[in-house]
Ligand binder design. Structure first.
Ligand code: SAH
Length: 323
């Protein structure tokens, strides 16, 4: 819902109307009609003038593991995907897109192969989460869908700041970045809320990382890691490092040793991601992932292996793309 448009339309009403509309919406209301503490005239006016959501769901896919992927269209017809992940322990995590498409061209990620459209507004970002909030309570959000959040840092942070109203605390909100420095620096300097940071690293040397992620030519590894360490010092929270496991590319024990050498265990926690097929590479075997993790364990660098969700409906990491 475009709450700015709502406020403008209700400009003649008392200022608390905006808050009332938002409170209903954030708690999962499905229409203006449900907002019974608004005067009927205001409800009708809203109904006539402002779409309840900035996004229109176009397609929904259900995985056998409970994951749900939804394709939306913006009002100007751009595609956006978001994913709801349901875990056995009851956690409900929503993966949000920050852009329609992505201008970066990481070689392993399907989103980079579709045409980049534009940044999403804060309301378009929140409407993805609200769609799922209307189905059931949600408690975690990751900005790991389409797009590079730090290229759209203002709208991403504006959306993240409102997530507690939907039931998602800042500590359970994670923004993931390739290390786009201008946005990352602003995030570190300006965001005082304890929102978590994740860095898509995937290689511990500039040579290999540039091969996998062209953005590395622009913002080299050491500068990006230095910015992450600044986040750790200011926020007193570790940075998650995402590392997608590509067979024969970045998954040898030597790569693990290099990784352990560049990441200090006081600042970083590694999340090894099994590669989800996008046509470009082969995923590392279970054994290769285990051996890699063993090297990290021996170096006492904390690490986990990411649970793959929604692969059967192309809803897993790196698989979001739409013609
Ligand atoms: N642009 C941001 C936000 C997207 S997060 C970023 O890259 O951090 C999506 C995560 O999934 C990133 O860590 C990305 O590197 C990872 N990913 C991309 N393609 C993948 C694939 N095919 N298999 C597994 N993970 C992938």
């Amino acid at each position: 819902m475009d709450l700015d448009a709502v406020a403008a339309l209700l400009a003649d009403e008392p200022a608390y109307r905006r808050r009332q509309v938002w409170e209903w919406t954030a708690r999962g209301a499905g229409s203006y009609a449900e907002m019974t503490n608004l005067p009927r005239g205001a409800r009708n006016l809203l109904e006539d003038e402002i779409p309840f959501s900035t996004l229109v769901p176009a397609h929904e896919a259900h995985s056998k593991d409970g994951t749900v992927k939804v394709l939306f269209h913006t009002a100007d017809e751009h595609p956006v995907e978001a994913v709801l992940m349901r875990y056995r322990d009851g956690r409900r995590s929503v993966c949000l897109s920050s852009q329609s498409g992505c201008p970066l061209t990481c070689t392993f990620c399907a989103t980079g192969t579709m045409r980049f459209r534009r940044n999403l507004t804060a309301w378009e970002i929140l409407d993805q989460a609200l769609h799922f909030r209307r189905l059931e309570p949600i408690d975690h959000v990751v900005f790991m869908g389409m797009g590079e959040p730090m290229l759209n840092v203002d709208h991403v942070v504006a959306a993240a700041r409102l997530l507690p109203d939907l039931g998602v605390t800042h500590r359970r909100t994670t923004i993931s970045t390739v290390g786009w420095l201008p946005g990352l620096t602003r995030f570190v300097d300006e965001v005082e809320q304890p929102i978590r940071l994740a860095l898509s690293l995937h290689a511990a040397t500039d040579a290999l990382r540039s091969e996998l992620m062209p953005v590395n030519d622009r913002y080299p590894l050491e500068d990006v890691l230095a910015e992450c360490r600044r986040y750790v010092q200011l926020r007193r929270r570790k940075v998650f490092v995402e590392y997608v496991m590509l067979a024969g590319v970045n998954d040898a024990p030597e790569h693990a040793a290099e990784l352990a050498a560049v990441l200090d265990k006081a600042s970083f926690k590694v999340n090894l991601i099994p590669y989800n097929p996008t046509g470009m590479y082969d995923g590392s075997s279970r054994d290769a992932i285990a051996s890699f993790k063993h090297v990290l364990d021996r170096a006492r660098l904390p690490s986990t292996v990411r649970l793959t969700r929604g692969r059967d409906i192309a809803a897993a990491c790196g698989q979001l793309a739409s013609a």
